[in-house]
Design a protein around this ligand. Structure first.
Ligand code: GLP
Length: 240
């Protein structure tokens, strides 16, 4: 666990680590999260691309998850979010950018997504946010270490947290496709970001309570190369 003075400082540090990885291994495979948390990270990576020549031209991305039930061009989809906050600003080849296909039969597409990632060789680096109920990607409470990419029902709290973005709870999708904890745990390295006082309780549970499916993020603790990057607000529940 590392504590930073601000989300921007944490994201600068993580962006430098990602840049070093991509310079050493230009075809690195990155697992990417959505949400408010990684926005400063994507901004900093875009700056490194623009000002310091960091190139993602051979890199590969696998987004963690995507809502089911939205139109392909819906501005609230994670695909649209990623285009706006990251892909439009950097030089990924479109063929190297991966999302679960939400147009087909969902269970089959979830299995195909896991297979696609496996065939590519798995993730070099999984970047993660953290849901207030301990979810990772959309691995909601009850998800086990060996859960693979699949269709999930979103938890009430997760839907409530997304309500503003969807203009009301009734509009929030009820299902999604997510990579499982199994694919995430197979990543060579895992870096999780959590910022703000609203995350302090779940950070405390993740790190200090016995690992359990009730807090899926806690199941990542056994990984050999996991780092959690926090700001002051998110770390208030931890001993100093
Ligand atoms: C979403 C995503 C997660 C993300 C989480 C936290 O539901 N599926 O991958 O980590 O919510 O979002 P935020 O960063 O906005 O707090």
């Amino acid at each position: 666990m590392e504590r930073f003075s601000s989300p921007e400082a944490a994201c600068r540090s993580l962006a430098l680590e990602i840049a070093a990885l991509v310079r050493e291994k230009p075809d690195a495979r990155l697992g990417l999260p959505t949400g408010r948390t990684p926005i400063p990270l994507y901004r900093e990576l875009a700056r490194l691309h623009r000002e310091e020549g960091l190139s993602f031209a051979r890199a590969c991305s696998f987004n963690l998850d995507e809502y089911l039930g939205l139109a392909a061009d819906d501005a609230r989809s994670f695909r649209a979010f990623m285009r706006e906050h990251f892909f439009a600003q950097v030089d990924f080849e479109p063929r190297n950018v991966h999302f679960p296909n939400v147009a087909g039969e969902p269970e089959r597409e979830a299995r195909a997504y896991a297979q696609e990632l496996r065939a590519a060789g798995g993730l070099d680096l999984a970047l993660l946010g953290l849901g207030r109920n301990g979810h990772v990607g959309f691995n909601e409470p009850g998800s086990g270490r060996d859960s693979s990419a699949r269709v999930v029902e979103l938890a009430d709290q997760t839907r409530a947290d997304a309500a503003v973005a969807f203009g009301g709870l009734a509009n929030v999708p009820v299902r999604a496709i997510t990579l499982g904890l199994a694919e995430i745990l197979e990543a060579r390295a895992i870096r999780m970001l959590a910022f703000g006082a609203a995350k302090s309780e779940v950070v405390r549970r993740m790190l200090l309570e016995p690992a359990s499916q009730a807090c899926p993020a806690s199941l990542l603790r056994g990984h050999a190369d996991l780092a959690l990057l926090l700001d002051e607000g998110a770390s208030t529940g931890l001993p100093r």
